[in-house]
Design a protein around this ligand. Structure first.
Ligand code: NAD
Ligand code: UD1
Length: 361
């Protein structure tokens, strides 16, 4: 079956059409989730300060959806830490905002270690300001972008939601702190509906190659580096470590296609709206791990390009292997990832090839 056919079968129709706030909706995961939410007939207000994104992503989302009613996607440039900006978004639509998908935040591990005050300000204070505004407008449903990074170096695999939360870097500490704040909120008032979605390694792009990941500056993550090597923008991939205790000596990760992740958000939102108020904490991963060398080989084969590489020392802070146990999300949400590693490679490549400088043309 063609990818496009599979996609059209997979467009998920949520039972509830809601007015939603999407913070950080112009970013990588946010823009793909906006697409899925619009396809499910939700109406969105996006709040983003474009610190790591561009308004172009949302323009392209509108085109992809074929959005006729432009009021279905309102975009406000602003900061989650600003009460004024939050008031603007909560007062923007005729219908009250029923739920928030909170993507806004900073995610670079190295930068988080050198700038802890900034990371705690944006990720933790930003979330506290958002929750304050939600409470004052009587909006008590939130889907939060958490991360598998909060498991640190796992003792056993696959990683379940009950595995130890033991982050090894500042970024992970901020995610763990927000999860704790959300837990306290739910304990204080039982009308809150909260989902903490712990993503594993989001990669890929929309199959059209129209929207994708557009990191600012030199990329750190594996897929953006591989696509830039394939395009000739970077000489070669430096593989961090060939002496990990894995089959081929390179580190193993659970890569998840960003469209599968987007669909997971729709399902989690629907569950929160359908069921009694609750705190949901769940892994979003595929349950399958691939080594760096396996990814390189898969990419070369699927895309018909060469990815020169060199194995160098391990990157400080890296771990050998992270693989999700996605059973809880599968059971509670009825959600299954559908995109293969080949599709993740192909779609990342289509995006990069057609948009060599990301959204900057
Ligand atoms: P991204 O940087 O592409 O998107 C984040 C968006 O938030 C950007 O559009 C940015 O401009 C916006 N933003 C940042 N600070 C803001 C502020 N103060 N006010 C308003 N907007 C602000 O990142 P992403 O990959 O789409 O990640 C989205 C969320 O998912 C983040 O919270 C991230 O920590 C989390 N997450 C990402 C990954 C990943 O690998 N991509 C993995 C686990 C968790
Ligand atoms: C990193 C972050 C994690 C964050 C995630 C998504 C660290 C320690 N962890 O995860 O907190 O949630 O990104 O933003 O930074 N690799 C290479 N060469 C490269 C790039 C990566 O060999 O140039 C390897 C890495 O060593 C790793 C794998 O590829 O084994 C995946 O790396 P990456 O995409 O950066 O994700 P993580 O390190 O898993």
């Amino acid at each position: 079956m063609m990818v496009e056919e599979r996609l059209s079968l997979r467009v998920h129709s949520c039972r509830f059409m809601s007015q939603l706030l999407v913070t950080g909706g112009a970013g990588f995961v946010g823009s793909h989730t906006c697409l899925a939410l619009l396809q499910a007939n939700h109406r969105l207000v996006v709040l983003d300060n474009y610190v790591n994104s561009s308004a172009d992503s949302l323009e392209r989302v509108c085109d992809l959806v074929g959005l006729k009613d432009r009021d279905a996607l309102k975009v406000v440039q602003g900061d989650v830490r600003s009460p004024d900006d939050l008031n603007r978004v909560f007062q923007l639509s005729d219908k009250p905002i029923e739920a928030v998908l909170h993507f806004a935040g900073l995610k670079a591990v190295g930068e988080s270690i050198s700038s802890p005050l900034h990371y705690w300000d944006i990720n933790v204070t930003g979330t506290r300001c958002l929750l304050q505004a939600m409470q004052s407008y009587g909006c008590k449903t939130i889907v939060f972008s958490s991360s598998a990074t909060l498991y640190g170096s796992p003792k056993t695999l696959p990683i379940t939601e009950n595995s130890l939360v033991d982050p090894t870097n500042t970024y992970g500490n901020t995610k763990a702190a927000v999860e704790r704040l959300l837990r306290d909120l739910v304990a204080s008032e039982d009308s809150w509906r909260v989902a903490c979605l712990r993503y594993f390694n989001p990669v890929g792009a929309h199959p059209s190659g129209t929207i994708g990941e557009s990191p600012q500056g030199i990329p750190n993550n594996l897929f953006p580096v591989i696509t830039k090597v394939a395009l000739g923008q970077i000489d070669k991939l430096k593989i961090f470590g060939g002496d990990w205790p894995t089959e081929d000596g390179t580190a193993v990760r659970d890569y998840i296609h960003v469209m599968d992740l987007a669909e997971g958000h729709c399902f989690a939102l629907e569950l929160l709206q359908r069921e009694d108020p609750q705190l949901l904490v769940m892994n979003l991963g595929t349950g399958t791990g691939y080594s760096v060398l396996e990814v390189v080989k898969a990419f070369e084969k699927a895309c018909g390009v060469n990815v020169p590489y060199e194995i160098i020392n391990r990157r400080p802070g890296d771990v050998a292997c992270t693989i999700a146990d996605p059973t809880l999300a599968q059971k509670k949400l009825g959600w299954r990832t559908k995109f293969s590693l080949d599709a993740m490679c192909l779609h990342s490549w289509s995006w990069q090839k057609d948009n060599p400088n990301g959204y900057i043309n």
